[in-house]
Design a protein around this ligand. Structure first.
Ligand code: TRP
Length: 455
């Protein structure tokens, strides 16, 4: 199978890669998943472990993914195949690509359902249905949505359709044009919301909750909490399944890997923390619970918005913002599978998108049914959606990431890596090699061992 030139297109300039990769990273993971997971594990201690995982595991693996994509110039499967061949390594390394596509399909199936919630709430907010809510009615409103399979079906279908629309049009036609104006808009809106939360919420208490580590808050679930913090780092940075790798494949020769990595991870972390700084002050100012689970932002923020004079406008903006962020992320989860299908079967991008997207859409229907009609189907006490979320983020992504680190650190030669990185700073490069060869794989292994009680 040919590789390399099969990949269609390059980002038109350096900035577009940064925008696209941060568009991938910044999404529901930052604004929906980060606050509710932090709330579930008690705040500050979780946040601290999360930040450590970003620095010691996430950063080196992100650089590795970008490097592998830039060097291999193909979908993750073909890039890994080509690189393994060039280094006389076993062809089996390409299975990281297969694992990635499976993980991506599972992630997108539930991600699209949540993306649908944001669409649904944006419409509700604009129509004034969130006006004048109190805690009880906000809860009822959310329960009514997740209890209605038809409503979830419509929003899931619309969201999935939006993601497929962009991916079908290809790198420069679709992704690039969408992302260029979506990302800056997102930032402006988020900063505005933080200012709003600082003025109307319990800002000090919110900040202390986020930034004062209290390890006692883990209780007897320390293994699970640390595993979830690591999973959150992988999920939020879009790592471990080849999403960033395939974006790296569209990178121009001259773009520097290291600096891009730090910038993207920095933006992503900033957005998650900003989201926390919006959510928790509002939670505390209204006497709400941080640990309510996936409904957190949907059950709490509308109450705060309801108290504002321009609440309807703020609420509408917020959910549109979230939908946009989710959209640019969903695109990147779909891209590796579509890039591979287009290469392997010589199908058009449109066909490949329909095939991959259609399969994921079907799986999404099982996820949305697990919230209502199929809620009795559980494994380890979790329904289909929760289980997919937990297993993909906390097991499959870290596993994929660990294999990517080992491949980049031990299989790809030092000289090839150095050349692809495009830097002359030997110190940073050596530090990265140490992190990716030892710290990241051992770190993931230790967290796994801790979670199953071995450590
Ligand atoms: N990072 C995105 C978010 O925070 C989600 C996402 C996009 C993702 N691409 C990914 C997660 C690849 C894991 C792997 O919402």
């Amino acid at each position: 199978m040919a590789h390399g030139e099969v990949i269609q297109g390059r980002w038109s300039n350096r900035m577009t890669f940064i925008l696209a990769a941060s568009g991938s990273a910044v999404g529901l993971g930052n604004i929906w998943r980060f606050p509710y997971t932090a709330g579930e594990y008690g705040g500050g201690a979780f946040v601290l472990v999360y930040l450590l995982c970003i620095a010691a595991i996430g950063l080196p693996i992100m650089a590795a993914e970008i490097m592998l994509g830039k060097r291999g110039r193909g979908s993750p499967v073909s890039a890994l195949t080509a690189l393994a061949r060039a280094h006389n390594a076993a062809g089996a390394w390409r299975s990281i690509g297969w694992l990635g596509m499976l993980t991506g399909a599972l992630i997108l199936s539930f991600y699209s359902v949540i993306g649908g919630w944001t669409l649904d709430y944006a419409v509700s907010a604009a129509a004034g249905r969130l006006a004048g809510l109190d805690a009880a009615r906000a809860h009822d409103l959310f329960s009514a949505m997740i209890g209605d399979p038809y409503r979830l079906f419509v929003s899931h279908t619309l969201f999935m359709g939006l993601a497929m629309l962009v991916v079908a049009r290809g790198v420069s036609g679709g992704l690039e044009r969408a992302i260029r104006w979506l990302m800056p808009t997102l930032f402006v809106l988020l900063i505005g919301l933080v200012v709003f939360a600082a003025q109307t919420g319990d800002f000090v208490r919110g900040l202390r909750y986020l930034f004062e580590p209290d390890f006692a808050a883990f209780g007897n679930r320390a293994g699970e909490a640390v595993l979830s913090a690591m999973g959150q780092a992988f999920f939020s940075l879009s790592l471990g399944m080849g999403a960033i790798m395939v974006y790296g494949a569209y990178m121009q020769e001259g773009t520097v890997v290291g600096r891009s990595t730090v910038l993207i991870a920095g933006i992503d972390t900033l957005v998650a923390l900003l989201a926390g700084m919006v959510v928790f002050p509002i939670v505390f100012a209204n006497g709400l619970e941080p640990a309510v689970g996936p409904g957190l932002i949907f059950e709490t923020l509308p109450i705060a918005f309801a108290e504002l004079p321009a609440g309807r406008l703020f609420a509408t903006l917020f959910f549109i913002l979230l939908m946009i962020a989710a959209w640019t992320s969903a695109i990147s989860v779909l891209e590796p599978a579509v890039a591979w299908l287009a290469e392997a079967t010589h199908a058009t991008r449109r066909r490949a998108t329909l095939l991959a997207g259609g399969t994921i859409w079907l799986l999404g229907i099982a996820c949305l049914l697990s919230l209502n009609n199929w809620s009795h189907i559980t494994l380890f006490g979790k329904g289909i959606l929760d289980l997919l979320d937990f297993v993909t983020s906390n097991v499959m992504l870290p596993l994929g990431g660990m294999l990517i680190a080992v491949f980049a650190g031990w299989v790809v030669s030092r000289s090839a890596t150095l050349e692809t990185f495009g830097i002359s700073d030997r110190f940073t490069f050596t530090a990265w090699r140490l992190l990716v060869r030892y710290v990241a794989p051992v770190g993931v292994a230790c967290v796994f061992a801790h979670a199953v009680g071995l450590l």
